[in-house]
Design a protein around this ligand. Structure first.
Ligand code: SAM
Length: 211
């Protein structure tokens, strides 16, 4: 399924009305058709502002939350970004239009395979997809300018904080998996870590090991 101009306009209007106002974020989201990431029964809901099921029992996140997270991450063109939780590949595709390079990790091999195929069909060549437990980060590729988690941890994982550059930003949902979580932005400075609470969210939990 691919979107027509009316669906795109409505999609961008909803994003703005939910607080996604950063022009670079909106520009990147305009380039990525969410219909390419949703299959089967839910295809006709692809442009609705709601999370939807994908394979391996996972979800593609709600577009306005993807937008708010991308906006908070404030990715710069030279940045190297790590995403934990590839899922459908939607968030990574948006990041690929904003960053120099995106590394995205998921614990489900089926999801990483499907996303990799999609990125190649979409000519997105600055994304590296890895199957693994992303809570340990990617020590070989560290440090990162930006880190985003799209699964909820009880606390920001230590290895990821270590792999964030000074001046870097991490955006993630924190809290118990079965309750409402807090979306937070962590900025690493010479003096330590600054925490900012953004909004309430509900994500699937960050789980140890491979799926
Ligand atoms: N960013 C995705 C998108 O754009 O479609 C949505 C991600 S979905 C809400 C959360 C993903 O986190 C799932 O695909 C799940 O397999 C993954 N996940 C959970 N724990 C993980 C871990 N420890 N390492 C890597 N991926 C993990």
């Amino acid at each position: 399924m691919s979107w027509n101009s009316e669906q795109k306009m409505q999609f961008l209007f909803t994003l703005r009305s939910k607080g996604v106002t950063d022009p670079r974020t909106l520009g990147a989201m305009e380039k990525v058709d969410r219909g390419q990431f949703v299959r089967g029964h839910f295809e006709d809901r692809a442009y609705d502002d709601m999370p939807l099921p994908i394979s391996s029992g996972q979800t593609i996140s709600q577009p306005s939350i993807v937008g708010l997270m991308t906006q908070a991450l404030n990715v710069q063109p030279r940045d190297k970004v790590l995403e934990v939780g590839t899922g459908s590949g939607y968030q990574a595709s948006i990041l690929s239009h904003l960053a120099r390079r995106v590394y995205t990790v998921d614990r489900h091999r089926r999801l990483t395979r499907e996303s990799e195929a999609l990125f190649s069909r979409m000519d997105l060549h600055n994304i590296t997809v890895i199957t693994g437990d992303g809570s340990f980060g990617l020590p070989d590729q560290a440090p990162f300018d930006r880190i985003i988690l799209t699964a909820a941890a009880e606390d920001p994982p230590g290895p990821l904080l270590e792999q964030l550059k000074i001046g870097g930003i991490m955006v993630l949902p924190v809290g118990q998996s079965d309750t409402v979580q807090n979306l937070i932005k962590v900025t690493k400075t010479e003096a330590g870590l600054d925490y900012e609470e953004l909004c309430n969210v509900r994500f699937v939990p960050l789980i140890e090991g491979l799926g």
